[in-house]
Design a protein around this ligand. Structure first.
Ligand SMILES: [Mg+2]
Length: 216
C-alpha cells in the first residue's frame, strides 16, 4: 500500500520547474546516478548531520561526482532526513546543509554539480512512500529531471508514484549508490542497479566499478 507523503526538494517546491545545470562537454543520454548522501558524499553520524559546520566530505567525493557527470550522468541526491519530521530542526536548516555540501563538492571539482536534491523529512513510522526503503524519491527524481530535460516549463511537474506511473522509462543504465540496506531496497524496488559503499569511504570506493560497468 502506498502512503504517499511526497518527497521534498531542496530550496524549491517539488512540482516547480527544474532548471537543469549544464553538462560538462557531453550531452545527457538519460542516465541518472541516484546517490544517498550521508556515508556516500559526506561523513554520516548516528546523531544526524545537524548544521553546515558538521559537513565533512568523504575522500574524493567531489571528484567522483565530477566523474559521473563527465561520463554523462545526471546526479540526483535521495536522502532520508527524519530530523525534520522529529521536530529537531526545519527545512531551512537542511537547505543550509545542502548549500554547504554543494559548495564543498564544487571546490573539489568544477563539474561536481548536483542536478537535483530530494529528501524525505518523514519519521519511519509514518510509512511514507518517499522514505527509503520505498522508492518514491527515485520515482520523483526521474520524472522531474525528464520534465526539465524536455523543457516543460509552462506547466508544473506532475509526479506519479507506484502503479499510477505507467510509462516508466528504461532504467537499466541508471545506478544508485548507498551505504545501507534501505538504499539497496529502494534501488531494487525502483529497478536500478545498486552499488554499496563503505560509509567511511563513500562514492569514490565504487566509482570505477560504476564507470567500468557502463564501458563494457
Ligand atoms: Mg547513508
Amino acid at each position: 500500500m502506498i502512503i504517499l507523503l511526497p518527497p521534498f526538494r531542496d530550496n524549491a517546491e517539488l512540482n516547480d520547474y527544474l532548471e537543469l545545470p549544464e553538462m560538462p562537454n557531453i550531452s545527457w543520454d538519460g542516465r541518472i546516478a541516484f546517490l544517498d548522501r550521508d556515508g556516500v558524499i559526506n561523513v554520516g553520524s548516528d546523531n544526524y548531520i545537524n548544521s553546515p559546520d558538521e559537513v565533512i566530505l568523504l575522500p574524493d567525493a567531489g571528484i567522483s561526482v565530477g566523474k559521473l557527470r563527465r561520463d554523462g550522468y545526471r546526479v540526483c541526491i535521495v536522502t532520508n532526513q527524519s530530523p525534520v519530521g522529529r521536530g529537531l530542526w526545519g527545512h531551512n536548516n537542511l537547505h543550509s546543509i545542502h548549500k554547504r555540501v554543494s559548495k564543498l563538492l564544487l571546490e573539489e571539482d568544477k563539474d561536481a554539480i548536483l542536478d537535483l536534491i530530494l529528501y524525505s523529512p518523514y519519521v519511519p513510522w509514518e510509512g511514507s512512500w518517499a522514505r527509503k526503503p520505498n522508492p518514491g524519491m527515485l520515482e520523483a527524481g526521474r520524472q522531474i529531471i525528464n520534465n526539465a530535460n524536455q523543457k516543460v516549463s509552462d506547466q508544473q511537474n506532475v509526479v506519479l508514484y507506484g502503479d499510477k506511473w505507467v510509462n516508466k522509462p528504461d532504467e537499466s543504465e541508471s545506478i544508485m549508490v548507498g551505504d545501507r540496506d534501505v538504499d539497496q531496497l529502494a534501488a531494487d524496488s525502483y529497478g536500478v542497479k545498486f552499488f554499496r559503499c563503505d560509509p567511511n569511504i563513500g562514492l569514490s570506493e565504487v566509482i570505477d566499478s560504476i564507470l567500468g560497468a557502463n564501458n563494457e
